[in-house]
Design a protein around this ligand. Structure first.
Ligand code: BJW
Length: 232
């Protein structure tokens, strides 16, 4: 730990579970009642924009009722106090990492609180609803969609992520099932570049065998303890 100079952390839905944000693939998960192809693909949006906007409007509104938990706060502390290179790559579209205070953070699957204009291509901060076809603040067109990376679309900032994975000496995966690529492959990229790898998840993920070390339990317990180890 004392020699760590660069850490990349990948987070998934499990880190927000203890805040009350549903995960995706649990029996009572976020997509229960919705087939993923009905809500999280560009084809679904083209077919039934009202359904998709309503699904995301509800999730955006629900953010007002949740707060960061001990795991988000611990990573924000690490961000503040770790003198080396750090990049937190979240697959989550909630805003709990930034509300906890993390700054060295990127959202590879987009953000609920942003809207993307299909007419001008600009992304805008967005707090309200998108159903009802509001006008784009930039160009005025009624062509806004959630700024979310759906299946078949390219995640954000892949070049920056790949560069960080190529130079980190520790890769840490927190609260993700390892079911969705390219994020599920980051552990292999980090290993290829000789980084150490650590998984923290409630249960073994699909890729658990790729990690040098796996700690299983709730993120709200595991992550603060690990951050103390790194900073001590
Ligand atoms: C806890 C806990 C607690 C609970 N503490 N832990 C065939 C093979 C391989 C790939 C493909 C394929 N066919 C298609 C693909 C590509 C496709 C893909 O991966 N599909 C899979 C289904 C196979 N991927 C894409 O299309 C991506 N784009 C792409 O690949 O572009 C081309 C490309 C090429 C080359 C380089 C780069 C790119 C885009 C993927 C977009 C994903 N979008 C979603 C939806 C966003 C919208 C929304 O939010 O509604 O993002 S999918 C959904 O899954 C969401 C999540 O970010 C993502 C990951 O889920 P996550 O976070 O892992 O959640 P869960 O629920 O699965 O797991 C939670 C875990 O937490 C569990 O393990 C729990 O145990 C644990 N847990 N409580 C700790 N308290």
């Amino acid at each position: 730990m004392a020699e760590l100079q660069s850490i990349v952390i990948l987070t998934g839905a499990g880190i927000s579970a203890e805040s009350g944000v549903p995960t995706f693939r649990a029996a009572d998960g976020l997509w229960e009642g919705h087939r993923v192809e009905d809500v999280a693909t560009p084809e679904a949006f083209a077919r039934d924009p009202g359904l998709v906007q309503t699904f995301y409007d509800a999730r955006r509104a629900a953010l007002a009722g949740v707060v960061p938990n001990a795991a988000h706060r611990a990573l924000a502390k690490l961000d503040r106090d770790f003198a080396g290179e750090l990049l937190i790559v979240t697959q989550n579209v909630d805003d709990l990492h930034e509300r906890a205070g993390a700054e060295r953070l990127l959202h590879m699957h987009g953000e609920l609180k942003r809207a993307l204009c299909l007419a001008c291509g600009e992304s805008h901060g967005w707090a309200g609803d998108l159903r009802g076809a509001p006008a784009c603040p930039g160009c005025g067109a009624a062509k806004l969609r959630p700024d979310i990376v759906w299946f078949g679309e390219m995640p954000y900032e892949m070049e920056r992520i790949e560069a960080a994975l190529a130079t980190c000496d520790l890769f840490v995966s927190i609260g993700t099932s390892g079911a969705v690529y390219p994020a599920a492959g980051f552990v292999q990229t980090a290993r290829y570049h000789r980084a150490s790898t650590l998984e923290m998840n409630l249960e073994p993920s699909a890729g658990t065998g790729w990690f040098d070390e796996a700690r299983h339990g709730p993120a709200g317990v595991l992550v603060p303890a690990w951050v103390e180890e790194v900073l001590s």
